[in-house]
Design a protein around this ligand. Structure first.
Ligand code: NAD
Length: 493
């Protein structure tokens, strides 16, 4: 079949390419999110007016500005979508990719609204994107693009600690967040809370320990919780533990790498990792750190020893495993490959990795799907901690660590008296140890994921629905509750 040529980005890179997994008639990302919303809305108590309000995007900003490259002037396009301001600030990442377009940014911002509600993070949903392939620009050029985009956000009041707070996403990281924070502060030098205008910053710029790995760690906690639910164990005929499970991960960026690390550290076998150019497979388990080192040095998995290299990477999504973690981009599982997926549980680490049609096929085949809005919420959860840290101007644990240690020490004196033996120095240190910042962050994240997984599971069982619909229904009900009586909806003349 002949396909129309895709539109091109500023450097001639095709944009909006349809994944090879998706049929041309399948809905685009935004439509898919809306379809999932409509499915869940049937199980909610909210009125049709409130549902309409929740579903629609509040505001979008589209900007275009010139950048010079190799003697040519190129027009750069960027977007910021604020899906919901029922709670402020809006929160969501900024993506740099040649496939960025407005409907993708809107879809991602809607997911952010639902995600924040699922994990009780008191933010509205936002998302941004710049249509560039970051690999084609030098660091100095990326800095200029980032600062210029932030300037646009400042001028249009689309950024600020109480307005809209970006974070990293595909193609961005702490470096870009640092540039954003600095630009914002230059515009708002009197704002004492300026550091809270963006999260995912380096520690030296007000970041929080644990943010870098937060999304991957949340993915691990979420999958661990779901595997342990009796209904899930029975449905997929699994022993219920991460330990000994085989896992295939697609996308070895921030989320995929950290998720792989935590699964491996907790006894799972990472049997396959899929990247855009090649995939690697070893049924005895890959060494995640060695694989990361290899890719860093060679820019590819090709040549990695002790693993089979697969040139058609998408085929590895179809291999036997207990858990499949799509952690790359949206629309990676569609009607072309859903029926071939053999994994028992699919944990959506990426946003929107499967189409509604694929979701239906997989569920009909008895697979358990842990949905994106729940499973990858670790990032926004720890971003919330970072924002709160910036507003309090205080490192977590600073006021309590020594006090906790001294209190526990006094308790230990009594315990030793009763036990009739003194504790060894190692035992003593372990028991009295006061929590460091990263331990508090991990603990807050773990609790958040346990509670959100349990709420989703309970709704699914009570209403006899799948986990995506349950998570979305819970989320919609929470947003509706916050809107009702707020005066923001005029339902009567
Ligand atoms: P990233 O840019 O760090 O990594 C993405 C990785 O996917 C890269 O290594 C890239 O080469 C790879 N990739 C791209 N296309 C691919 C393909 N077709 N097949 C296989 N691999 C491919 O991005 P990230 O921050 O890890 O985000 C990944 C996903 O997780 C996105 O959907 C993002 O929206 C979502 N997410 C990220 C965060 C976060 O905190 N970073 C939070 C929540 C959700």
């Amino acid at each position: 079949m002949c396909c129309p040529r895709p539109a091109c980005g500023p450097l001639g890179v095709p944009v909006g390419l349809t994944s090879e997994a998706v049929e041309s008639h399948e809905p685009k990302f935004l439509k898919a999110v809306e379809m999932f919303f409509d499915r869940a809305a049937k199980y909610c108590d909210a009125s049709p007016e409130v549902l309409k309000h929740i579903k629609s995007t509040d505001s979008v900003l589209s900007v275009t500005f010139p950048m010079e490259k190799d003697g040519k002037t190129l027009m750069i396009r960027g977007y910021r979508s604020q899906h919901s301001r029922h709670r402020l600030p809006c929160k969501g990442g900024i993506r740099y990719s040649s496939a960025v377009d407005l409907q993708e940014v809107e879809a991602l911002s809607a997911l952010m609204t639902y995600k924040c509600a699922v994990v009780d993070v008191p933010f509205g949903g936002g998302k941004g994107g710049i249509m560039i392939d970051p690999k084609e620009w030098t660091e100095a050029e990326l800095e200029r693009i980032t600062r210029r985009f932030t300037l646009e956000l400042c001028q249009k009041n689309f950024i600020g600690p109480g307005v809209d707070v970006p974070a990293p996403d595909v193609g961005t990281g702490p470096r870009e967040m640092g540039w954003i924070a600095d630009t914002y502060r230059n515009f708002n030098p009197q704002d004492v809370n300026g550091a809270a205008c963006v999260t995912g910053k380096a520690l030296s710029l007000g970041g929080v320990r644990g943010r870098t790995e937060a999304t991957g760690l949340g993915v691990y906690y979420g999958v661990r919780e779901f595997l342990a639910f009796p209904e899930v164990r029975k449905q997929i005929n699994h022993h219920g533990k991460v330990e000994g499970s085989t896992v295939i991960v697609q996308g070895f960026g921030n989320v995929g790498y950290w998720a792989s690390k935590f699964f491996e550290a907790n006894g799972a076998l990472i049997t396959g990792v899929v990247e855009h150019d090649a995939a690697v497979y070893n049924e005895a388990g890959l060494n995640v750190e060695q694989l990361a080192q290899w890719r860093k040095e060679h820019g590819t998995f090709r040549g990695f020893p002790d693993a089979k290299v697969i040139d058609e990477p998408m085929r590895l999504l179809e291999a036997e495993c207990d858990v499949l973690i799509p952690a790359a981009l949206e629309r990676q599982i569609g009607l072309r490959n859903a029926h071939k997926i053999k994994a028992k549980l699919i944990g959506e680490a990426a946003n929107g990795p499967m189409t509604p049609g694929a979701d239906e096929v997989l569920r009909a085949n008895g697979k358990v799907i842990v949905p994106d809005l729940l499973l990858n919420a670790g990032g926004v959860c720890v971003s919330y901690f970072e924002w709160a840290k910036n507003l309090s101007h205080l490192r977590f644990g600073r006021m309590t660590k020594r006090w906790d240690e001294r209190s526990k020490e006094q308790l230990l004196v009594l315990v030793e008296g009763n036990a009739g033996r003194p504790l060894s120095e190692v035992e003593r240190r372990q028991l009295i140890h006061g929590a460091e910042e990263h331990e508090l962050v991990y603990s807050g994240l773990e609790d958040t994921m346990i509670v959100a997984c349990s709420e989703t599971h309970q709704t699914a069982i009570a209403k006899g629905i799948d986990y995506r619909t349950a998570a979305l229904a819970n989320s919609i009900n929470k947003i509706a509750a916050s809107l009702s009586g707020s005066g923001s909806i005029f339902t009567h003349a």
